[in-house]
Every structure is written in C-alpha cells, then in structure tokens.
Write a protein that binds this ligand. Structure first.
Ligand code: GDP
Length: 189
C-alpha cells in the first residue's frame, strides 16, 4: 500500500475534507498505538514511537492508497498532561467522534497486562451510546505468557463485553493479530 502523512489537526476546522472513509485509533498514552500503526502499514517510522508520552494533542491523518484515512488520535490518561489539556482532548475528540460523517470504525487499544481502566471503559460505553462502530485491540500480547494472555483476554472481554467478533489480541513486536485486525477492519470498508 502507498501511505503518506497528510496533516495534523488541532481543531475540527483543520480536518481534511471528508472525502474518504476513515478509521480512527484511540487509547491511553503509551498503549502501543504508534507501534500498531507502523505494524499495520509495514513501516518502521511512519508514526513516531513516543519517547515522551502524552505529547501529541492533534489528530494525525494518514492517507492509504488515495482511498482511506487512518486517524491517529491523541493518547489520553497521561497524568503529566495538565488538566486543561485533558479537557481540550475531550472536547476535540468527542466532537470529532460524534460528528465525523466518514468515520467508519474506532479502534480502541488497551494494554493486555492492565486491569480494566475506567477511562477506557468510559470511552467504549460512550461509543456504544453514540452508535459508533468500534473494535477492541489488546496490545503488547508478547509481554505475557500464553496462559496469562488467555486469563487477561477473558477478564478484559468481560469488562468491555467484547468477543472474537470485535476484539483482537495484538503484538507490535511479533506482528501477532495483524492479519486478524486487517480482516476485521475490512468489514467496515
Ligand atoms: P503510544 O504512546 O500509544 O503511541 O505507544 P508507542 O507505540 O509509542 O509504544 C510505547 C512503548 O511500548 C514503546 O517503548 C514501545 O516500544 C512499546 N511497545 C508498543 N507496542 C508493543 C508491543 O506490542 N510489544 C512490546 N514488547 N512493546 C511494545
């Protein structure tokens, strides 16, 4: 695929014209979102893997084959981001997620090692309430043993009401889950 960076939007009025379907990627800072996007696109450095988590406050647009936008949403839940900026995140992201007509699916990333977090659940509940299609991705699967991976998958599935149909266990390190995620995303396009 031919993939290029398009723009960084800091406000709704800076978004590109809604002329292609888009898939957005959301998750807490440091969840592995940049790594996943690079893996999906088979690019080492398309999205900068963050040395300083919580920095990006913009929506970053990438164009795939002149026909699809991938939208990297700013990570949330980073304690060192000032409160005012957290509100700014909410405002920009919630207005984007609730109004963007060409948005087909929101991929919500959570770290498979962590317990259910209120901020993630809040986002998923809100998406459901909005009637927005979404997929869960449990990241950094390589960091757990096969046994713990199954246990954590079951716990998170229970928390998010997720199942094989709308959840992928993923590793940016090994590439596990990549094909599965691409196949699920394809159903929205
Ligand atoms: P972002 O803040 O959500 O964009 O997260 P990054 O992609 O920048 O990753 C944060 C840190 O987690 C980096 O040190 C990555 O190398 C590491 N990381 C991300 N995904 C994985 C994964 O699947 N496996 C492992 N072992 N490390 C990962």
């Amino acid at each position: 695929a031919n993939i290029s960076f398009v723009t960084s939007a800091h406000a709704l009025k800076q978004l590109p014209a809604p002329e292609h379907p888009e898939i957005a990627f959301a998750g807490r800072s440091n969840v592995g979102k940049s790594t996943l996007l690079n893996r999906l696109c088979n690019r080492r450095n398309l999205v900068k893997v963050s040395a300083r988590p919580g920095k990006t406050q913009s929506l970053n647009y990438f164009l795939v084959d002149d026909s699809l936008y991938l939208v990297d949403l700013p990570g949330y839940g980073y304690a060192k981001v000032p409160k005012g900026m957290q509100h700014g995140w909410q405002e920009l992201i919630t207005s984007y997620l609730s109004t963007r007509s060409t948005l087909r699916c929101v991929v919500v990333l959570v770290d498979i090692r962590h317990e259910l977090k209120a901020s993630d659940l809040q986002l998923v509940d809100w998406l459901r309430h909005q009637g927005r299609s979404y997929l869960m991705v449990y990241t950094k699967a390589d960091k757990l043993s096969a046994n713990d991976r199954l246990k954590q998958r079951a716990a998170l599935d229970a928390g998010f009401s997720a199942s094989d149909r709308n959840r992928v266990v993923f590793s940016g390190k090994t590439g596990d889950g990549r094909t599965e995620l691409l196949e699920l995303l394809d159903t929205f396009l």
